[in-house]
Unconditional design. Sequence first.
Lengths: 495, 508
Amino acid sequence: MLEPISIDIAGLNLQALLPMAILTIGALALICVDLAVKGLNRSFLTMITILFIVLDFGAVIGYKGDVRGFFDVLLIDGISLIAQVIILVASALFLPLSMSHRHFREFKMAEFYALFMFMIVGFQCMVTSDNLILIFIGLETSSLALYTLIALHNRAKAFEAAIKYFTMGALAAGFYGMSALIFYALTGSVEIHQIEQVLQERHFEPLVGVLAATIFMVAALGFKLSLVPSHTWTPDVYEGSSAPLAGYMSIVPKIAGFVVAMRLFEMLVASGVVWLEYVLYAAVVLTMTLANITALVQEDVKRMLAFSSISHAGSMMAAILIGTTQANTALFVYWIFFLFTNLGAFTMLWIVRHRENLWDERYQHPYTKFSGLVKIMPMTATIMGIFMFALAGMPPFSVFWGKLYLISAAINSDYIWLAVVIALNSAVAVYYYMKLVVYMFLHEPVTIDARLYATNASTSLKVIVGFAAIVTIFSIAFVEPLLQVITHYVASSGF
Amino acid sequence: MEHILSLLVFFPAMAGLLGFLVVKESIRAYGICVSAIEFVLSLILWMVFDTSNPGYQFVEFFPFVPSYGMNYYLGVDGISLFLIILSTFITMIALIGLSIEKEIKNLVITVLFLEMTMVGVFVILDVVWFYAFWELSLIPMLYIIGAWGSANRMYAAIKFFLYTFSGSVLMLVGILYMGYLYHDATGIWSFALPDWYALQVPFDAQLWLFGAFFVGFAIKVPMFPFHTWLPYAHGQAPTIGSVILAAVLLKMGSYGFVRFSLPLFPDASVYFLIPVAIICIIMVIYAAMIAYAQEDMKQVIAYSSISHMGIVILGTFAMNGEGITGSIFLMLSHGIVSGALFMLVGVIYDRRHTKMMKDFGGLASVMPNFATIYGIMLMASVGLPLTVGFVGEFLSLAGFYRINWVMTLLAGTGIILGAVYMLVLYKKSFFGEVVHVENKTLKDLNAKELSALIPLVALVAILGIYPKPILTTIDASVEKMLVLMDQKALQDKTKELLMKANTIGGNH
C-alpha cells in the first residue's frame, strides 16, 4: 500500500517558480490579447515582452529563498542566478532589434513574442535545475520554440536552417534521453547530486555504463554547444536566420548549455576517470582550432562569425575542463563580454542588411560588401572595426579581459599547454577578424552610395549598437565589479 | 607635475579624438601643434627629472582591478626617459615633414593615437597594461601601412600585424605565468613590474619565461630569423610610417629586453647569452650583406636597421654598464639617424616616384643641400666618430668585449660592412654625371623639409660631441638594474659572469 503523501505548501518554496511563471503568464496573456485585438504593432509587442523580461529579471535578482524548491527539482544556486541574469539581459537587448527600419513579417506576429518568452522559460528551467528530466524539458521547450522562430523568418534559407537545426536537435535529444536513462539505470536517480553520490560510493563502477552515459551526454551537449565534430549545423543555421536571431543563438542557448555541462562534467572530471578528461581535452582543442581554421576561408561575414562563435565556445569548454573556481568565473566573465561584443557585431550586420544580395549571388554579407566602408560611413566602419578587434582579443577591449582571466586560470591549474593553445588560437583568429577590418579600411569602395548600407537602420538599432560599443570600449571599468560578484556567486555554489 | 606622465600618454589620444572635429585643411597644422606641445611636455619632464635618483619618478598608482592585481601604474627612470622624448620628437618631425595629401585627416589622427601607444609602452610599469599598449600600437601602424602605402601595401601590412601579434600572444602566456609564480610565492596577485623585480624565479621557469618573452621582443626588434616582415613593411610603407616604425616601434622590442628579460630572468639571460649573441652577429653581418645587394635605396636602409639592431641587442646582453647604457644610447641614435634617412628617401621619392639607385646619379650637383644632409646622416649611420652613431656603437661593442672578444670583433665588421654599403649607395646616387634627364631639374629641399631635417642634423652633431648628460642619466638606472640582477642571480655561473662583465681583471 502506498504511503499517503502529505506536502506542506510552504515547503514547496513556490517562490522559486516565480521567474518562470512570470514569462509563462506573459506569453499566454500575449496570445489572448492578440486574439482579442487585431493588428497590434510590433513596437507594442516588443516593449511588452521587454517589460515581462524586466519583471522576470526583478524576480531573479530579488530571490531570497532556499536553494532548493518545488519537490527539490529546482536548484537556485549562484551559477543559476548568474546564468539567468545573462539570459535575461541578452534577451532584452536582442529583442529591440525587431524594430528595424524595414518591416519583417515575423516581427508583426504576436506568436513570435509568445514563443520568444516560452523559449526563455525553457532556458531558465535548464539552468535552475539539476534534475535530468527538468533539464530535458527545458532543453526541448527552448529548442522547439527556437526552431519555429527561425522558420518564421519566411525565407527558403530560413526553412532550410530550421529543418536542419530541428533534425540535429532531435538527434541530440535522443542522445540526451539515452544518457539520462543509463544514469538512472546505474544509480536509480535522475538528480545530478544523487548520481554523483552513488557513483562515488561505487567508485564509478561499472565503468562501461558510466562511459556510455558520458559519451551520450557529450554528444548531446556537444550539439547544443556546437563542439567539433557536431558543429556542422551552426554556420548554415546562422546564415539562414535573421541576424538578431543568429546573434542571440550564439549567446543564450550556449550559456544555458554551459551551465548544464558545468554541473555534469565537473562531477565526472573530478571523479578521476582519466579518459573523460582526455575526451574533453581533445574536444576543446579540436573545437577551437578547427573552427578557427575553417573561419579563415569563409567568404561571408556571417558565416565567419558563426565559426568564430564555435571557437569561442571551445575556449569556454576549456574553462569547464579546468574546473576551478577561477576558471568558472572566467567562463561567465568571458561570456558576458562576448555577449555585448557579439551583440554589437550582429546588430551591425542587421543594420547593413539589404533586401537583395547585391554583392554576391550566394551570400548576403560577403567581405567585398564592406570594401572601403571607412570612406563611405567612417563611424560605422570604426565601430565595426572595434567589435572585430575586441572579438579577436585585442586589449583593452572586452573579450581580452575574459581571455586573460581564462588563460590565467589554465596556467594556475597547470594546464600550460592548454593556455598556449588558447593563445595561439587567438593569433589565428586575429587573421579572419582583421580580414574584415582590412576590407573596410584598406580596400577601395565598390559603391559610394551610403544609403545601400543603411536601409535597415533605425533609432533602436543605433541605440543598441552604441550601448554595445560603449561596453566594449570601456570594459576595463566593469572587470573588477564583475570579478567580485561572479567569484562570490560561483564559489558559494561550490564550483 | 604629479600627473605629467598620464598627461603625456593621453594628451595625444584626446587631441586625436578632438581632431575629428577639425577640418581637413587645417589638420596638418593641428597635428604639428599637438605633437609640438607633447614634445615640450616631454622636455619639461626631462627638466624636472631628478638625475641623481636612479629609481622610478613621477610614479602614479591607481588600483584598477585589485582582486587580480592589475593597476594603472606609471613611472619613468633613466632607461625610459629618453625613449619617451625620442617618441614625441620623432612624431613631431614626421608630422612636420608629412607630404601626403590623400585622406590626411585620418592619417594625422592615426599618428596621434600611435603616439599615445608609443609613449604608453615606455612609461607603463604594469605588465598587463604594457601588453595592452604594445598590442594597440599595431592597429594604427596596420592602417598607416595598409592605407597609404605603395602597391603591395595590404600584404605588407597584414604580414607586419600577424608576425608581431603571434609573437606577443606567447608573451601574454609568459606574463600570466609570471603572475601565477608571483601569486604562488607571495599569496597576492600583482602585475606591477617593481613587485616582480623582487621575485626570484626558479631556474627552470626562468628558461621558459625568457623564451616566451624573447619571442615577443625578438619579432618586434626584429631579430634573425624573424626579420622578414621588416623590409617588406618598409618597402611598402609611406614615409611617415617608415620613420616612426624604424625610429620608435623597433625600440619597443629592445626596450623590452632591457626592462623585462634581463632584470626578471638574470640566470636565463646569462644562460642564453651566447646563443643570443650569435643571432646578433648573424643579424649584423647577414643583414649588412643583403643591404649591399639591394638596388632600392629604402631597402638598403631597412636592412641596415636590422644590422644596427643586432649591435643594440649585443650591447644589451653585455651585462655591464657600458654595454647596456651604450645600447640604449644606440637606440636613440638609431632612432634619429634612421628616421632622418627614411625621411630623406621620402623627399626624393616625392620628386621622382622611384627609390631605385639606378634612376639617380649625380644628385650632388643638382641638390647640394639634400646631398649634404644625406651625407651627414650616412656618416652617422656608419658610426663615424663625433657623430651620434659612434657613441652608442662604441660603447656597446666595448661592453661586449669583456664577454667575448672574438664575437665583438665579428660584430665590429658590421661597421666596416656598413661603410661599404652606405658609401656605395652614396656613390651610385649622388656622385658621377647626371645621366637621367629628369634629374636635371629636381628642386632642392624646400622650407618644410629643411625645418624637419635640420633639427635632426643638429642632434647628430650635438649628441655626437657631448653625449654625457644623457649617458650619465641612463647609466644611473642601468647600474641600479645590474645590482638588482646580481642580487637576484640564483646560480654561481651568473654571478661570476656578472662579475667578469663589470670589472677589468677583478677591479672595477
